[in-house]
Structure formats: structure tokens, C-alpha cells
Design a protein around this ligand. Structure first.
Ligand code: FAD
Length: 515
């Protein structure tokens, strides 16, 4: 039976960082279990501009949502099944979480995760985080930025990561190589150099291998049961720790199938309860968005990094600690959801997607079967918050987007508003449209949240250790106590860097690993 010091489940965004950092010590043996194939020599994965073609395909786990009475029940949640995880098929928009986002974590019980403590981890990242290259700066995106700053009175930002902001419009920073449009994903930055040079014989990457259950010895997690591509089942033993990095959907899924979660739910499904942990699957967070689409007067230039290279942040409420409305500007007509309502896709067009940086609604992930092959249910409970904050934010977003569209030089590009259309004006109608066509920016998080000992819903403590168990930590988007106001990938990478530090410190202070 193969034995390692650490067994990592998930060679995705956080898992790649941790595998790379732990194996810097040649005496540490690591197994990295990845459900998907390698991304090496796969241009359709490594070329950032081709990201949209990966969604829904063979490299996507493609999770449906449950019925959403106040939102859009047709949303499919893409989760990448390939080395690098979602950083191998996302848009690589790279925002260091704002200081207020980290400080909010500490207030929520994540001691040691405040902005000052987290800052050094941004500097450690190996990804090539750079502004959208000059060549990729599309004329319509440049004009959108000028119109947005004029219409809404927000500053033009060159480099969102240079200093904290509450408002602004600008080209994003992206984790990519502008000269080739190659991704600087977690796998490219943290694993490829070692795979290519062969300088990490202590790192074994098991591709196309699925972890379906944790092995427990009393309260200690000692290994991982996996199924390989040819159907063979194996148990991989971890002498020190098992590290769960399977993402906000698959980490809680694996825990639940291992009998770790809300006892009543597990019993109802006939799963033996090993450890009653009520928070597993709760606190499902996302950044929901809506869309407004315009037909343009003709074709727009084709140059871009990935068709959504600019964004806009607004703070409507001066008391808000950070931006409370975010937009991505698409150089394409993004009508996938509106088409279900009968709208047509114009041949040429642009879109703005108003998005809620700090949504109030909270959802839940749960199992519907004891069969590990059955996908878990994702109930985001979109737009169900009591004060209707989330829906109102999207209405404000559509209105702000219309102001931008009326303003030159963007106005000169636009022929007409396609959806929702100029006749949709009342708050009620705009809200109904915005929610029906709502989409996700694919940021699920929070389903194994980190918190203090008094937080009964906390799944991990501030050292990322699963409460009530030993030998197991979680490090991925599932530990987020709250949603950052910005896109989360850099936050996940920083979680990975900090996790590696926590694990190494535990090893040097506690013989045999985590107590
Ligand atoms: C289409 C899309 C666009 C996005 N755009 C952006 C963006 O521009 N900027 C941004 O900041 N964020 C973006 N995000 C979100 C961001 O990519 C994710 O929040 C982040 O990458 C999640 O990292 P993770 O480590 O938690 O999980 P993942 O990166 O998903 O890693 C999980 C890994 O675990 C593997 N795995 C899962 N279960 C098992 C199992 N049981 N056994 C073995 N392996 C398993 C998976 O194959 C995967 O490789 C986007 C996401 C998507 C899907």
C-alpha cells in the first residue's frame, strides 16, 4: 500500500500551490490526487482566449443548480476537471482581495487572516499577474472606460492591485503571458516547471484519479480511497496529513460521503456518521450577476485577452466598506440566458454584467444519495435575502449600465439596447428580468467555512484543521468565511500559500504532523 507524508486531494488552484510548496523539502513525500488529466500540451486549455470553449465540455464537472424560485434555475456551475482546476478554465482576472475583505474574515473568527497578515502571501505568488497587455486593449473597451468614468464619476484605475479601492473603472490584471496569451494558472506557475524538469521525485501526481472516501482511524484521518481511470480502487495512506483541496463543491461532497457532516442528513441517506459536523455544505456563497446587452453599429475589433478585459466598481452606499456594485464589460453579446426568454443574439454587440460584491443570500450544498457518483445538490437560494438587497443591487446595476451606455464615447458604438430593452423600465420589471436571466461568475465558496471555536457552523479552525478530527485540513475556496468583494482566485492561491506555511510550521512544532 503506497504511503506518503501528505496526500492532497485536488490538483486545482490551491492544491497545486500546496503540492509545490511542500515538496520544496526533498524529504517530504506528497501524493497529489487529481480527478482530471494534465493540462500540459493542451492548447485549448493553456490559451486563455479559448476559455469559453471549455465550459460544459469533457473537462467540466458541470454542476446544475436546484430550482431557484427567485432566480434562474438553469444556471450550470462549471468546475474544471483538469490539472490546475478552475485556474485552467477561468478568465484569470486577478484581484488581491481588498484589506476590508481579509479583515472581515478575522472578525468572523478567522484569527490570523487579517489584511496585514495576508499581505506577504500576495508577494509570494508565482503566477505572472500583469495588466491586460497593450495589444489586447480593444478600442470599445477603452471607450467603455471613458464613458463609465464620465457617467458615474469614478476614477480610471490603472492597476487595481496597486492600492485598495472602493470605486473605479479599468483594465484588469490577469494571470497570463500577454505575448502568447498563455495562462499563468496554478498548474503552469507551480507544477509545470517541476514536471518538465523532473526535479521533484518526491511529488507523485495521480491524474484521472478520483477520491471517493476518506479513511478514518477513530478521529484521525489516515488516508484516501481513490478510483483510478481504469476503475481500480486504492487506499493512499498519509503519515502526516490529508489535505482537502477539491474546491467548494467537491470538498464538502467528499466529507459528506465519508460520514463527516450534519448527522441527521447523513443518517437519512444511510451514510454512517463518523463525525457530526453541522456546517459542512452550509454557507454556500457566490457572486450572482445579471446582464444587459447592446447591439453595436457594426463589428468591433477582435483583439482582446479574453473578451472581458475591463471592469467597473461602484460604491452606492457611502457607508459600505468597499465597492457594492461590480461590472464586467464583455466585448461580445452575452445572451445565453436572455435567449431562453425569447431575446435574440445580435450579430455584433457588447454586454455589461452587474454583479453583487457582497451578496446577502446564503445557500446550501447537500447530498441526495449515498452513491458518491451522484452529483450533490447546489441550492444557492439566489435573491432570497429578507431585505431584497441582492435583487435591488442588480436593478441599480442595470440603471447604472444604461447611464454608461448613454455616454460618449461608448454611446457612438451602440445601435440599440437588445435586452432587457428600453421598454423595461419599472423597478419591478427590471428586477424580474435581472433575476430571470441571472448568471453566476462561477465563484462558489464558503461551504466548509473557517471560524472560531464558538461558531457552530465552522468546519475548520483558523489553522484550517477540520474541527473534531486530526490529520486533515482543508485549503480551497470552501474555507472562505465570507465572499471577497472581488474575483476570488488570487484569494484562493493565497489560502494555498498560507496553508503550506501552516502545515510546515505544524510539522516542525508537532512530531508526526498535526495534533
Ligand atoms: C468559468 C470560470 C471563470 C472564473 N473566472 C475567474 C476569474 O477570472 N478570476 C477569479 O478570481 N476567479 C474566477 N473564477 C473562480 C476561481 O477560478 C475559483 O474560485 C478557484 O479557482 C477555485 O479554486 P479551488 O482550489 O477552490 O478549486 P479548483 O481550482 O476547482 O480545484 C479543485 C480540483 O480538485 C479536483 N477534484 C475535485 N474533486 C476531486 C476528487 N474527489 N478527487 C480528485 N480530484 C478532485 C478537480 O478536478 C480540480 O482540479 C472562475 C471560475 C470559473 C469556473
Amino acid at each position: 500500500m503506497p504511503t506518503y507524508d501528505y496526500v492532497i486531494v485536488g490538483g486545482g488552484t490551491a492544491g497545486s500551490v500546496i503540492a509545490s510548496r511542500l515538496t520544496e523539502d526533498p524529504d517530504v513525500r506528497v501524493a497529489l490526487i487529481e480527478g482530471g488529466p494534465s493540462d500540459i500540451d493542451r492548447p485549448e486549455v493553456l490559451t486563455l482566449r479559448r476559455w469559453l470553449g471549455l465550459l460544459g465540455g469533457e473537462l467540466d464537472y458541470d454542476y446544475p443548480t436546484t430550482e431557484q424560485p427567485r432566480g434562474n434555475s438553469h444556471i450550470r456551475h462549471s468546475r474544471a476537471r483538469v490539472l490546475g482546476g478552475c485556474s485552467s478554465h477561468n478568465t484569470l482576472i486577478s484581484f488581491k482581495p481588498l484589506p476590508t475583505d481579509w479583515d472581515e474574515w478575522e472578525t468572523a473568527g478567522a484569527l490570523g487572516w487579517n489584511a496585514a497578515a495576508m499581505e506577504p502571501y500576495f508577494a509570494k505568488l508565482r503566477n505572472n499577474v500583469v495588466p491586460v497587455g497593450e495589444r489586447d486593449r480593444n478600442a470599445v473597451a477603452v471607450d467603455f472606460l471613458e464613458a463609465a468614468t464620465t457617467a458615474l464619476g469614478v476614477p480610471l484605475v490603472e492597476g487595481f492591485n496597486k492600492r485598495p479601492f472602493t470605486e473605479g473603472a479599468g483594465f484588469f490584471d490577469l494571470a497570463y503571458h500577454p505575448e502568447t496569451n498563455k495562462r499563468s494558472s496554478a498548474s503552469v506557475a507551480y507544477l509545470h516547471p517541476h514536471i518538465e524538469s523532473g526535479d521533484r521525485p518526491n511529488l507523485e501526481i495521480l491524474l484521472e484519479t478520483w477520491a471517493y472516501r476518506l479513511e478514518l482511524d477513530g478521529d484521525r484521518v489516515t488516508g484516501v480511497h481513490v478510483r483510478t481511470a481504469d476503475g481500480a480502487e486504492r487506499l493512499l495512506r498519509a503519515e502526516r496529513e490529508v489535505l482537502l483541496c477539491a474546491g467548494a463543491v467537491d470538498t464538502p461532497r467528499l466529507l459528506l460521503h465519508s460520514g463527516i457532516g450534519p448527522a441527521a442528513d447523513l443518517t437519512e441517506l444511510g451514510i454512517d456518521v463518523h463525525h457530526d459536523l453541522p456546517g459542512v455544505g452550509e454557507n454556500l456563497l457566490d457572486h450572482p450577476e445579471s446582464v444587459i446587452v447592446w447591439e453595436t453599429n457594426g463589428p468591433i475589433p477582435e483583439n482582446s485577452a479574453m473578451d472581458s478585459d475591463t471592469g467597473l466598481f461602484v460604491r452606492r452606499d457611502p457607508k459600505s466598506k468597499g465597492p457594492d456594485l461590480m461590472f464586467h464589460f464583455y466585448q461580445v453579446p452575452f445572451t445565453d440566458n436572455p435567449e431562453r426568454l425569447g431575446y435574440e443574439r445580435p450579430e455584433h454587440g457588447v454586454s455589461l454584467t452587474p454583479n453583487i460584491p457582497k451578496p446577502h443570500s446564503r445557500g446550501r450544498l447537500y447530498l441526495t444519495s449515498s452513491d458518491p457518483e451522484v452529483k450533490p445538490a447546489l441550492d444557492f437560494r439566489y435573491f432570497t435575502d429578507e431585505d431584497d438587497y441582492d435583487a435591488r443591487t442588480l436593478v441599480d446595476g442595470i440603471r447604472a449600465a444604461r447611464e454608461v451606455a448613454r455616454t460618449e464615447p461608448l454611446a457612438g458604438w451602440l445601435k440599440r439596447e437588445v435586452c432587457p430593452g428600453p421598454e423595461v423600465t419599472s423597478d419591478e420589471d427590471v428586477s424580474a428580468y435581472a433575476r430571470q436571466v441571472a448568471h453566476t461568475v462561477y465563484h462558489p465558496a464558503g461551504t466548509c467555512r473557517m471560524g472560531g471555536s464558538s461558531d457552530e457552523q465552522a468546519v475548520v479552525d483558523p489553522e484550517l484543521r477540520v474541527r473534531g478530527l486530526s490529520g486533515v485540513r482543508i485549503a480551497d475556496a470552501s474555507v472562505f468565511p465570507t465572499m471577497p468583494s472581488v474575483n476570488p482566485m488570487i484569494g484562493v492561491l493565497m489560502v494555498g500559500e498560507k496553508a503550506a506555511d501552516l502545515i510546515r510550521t505544524a510539522t516542525t512544532t508537532t512530531p508526526g504532523g498535526v495534533a
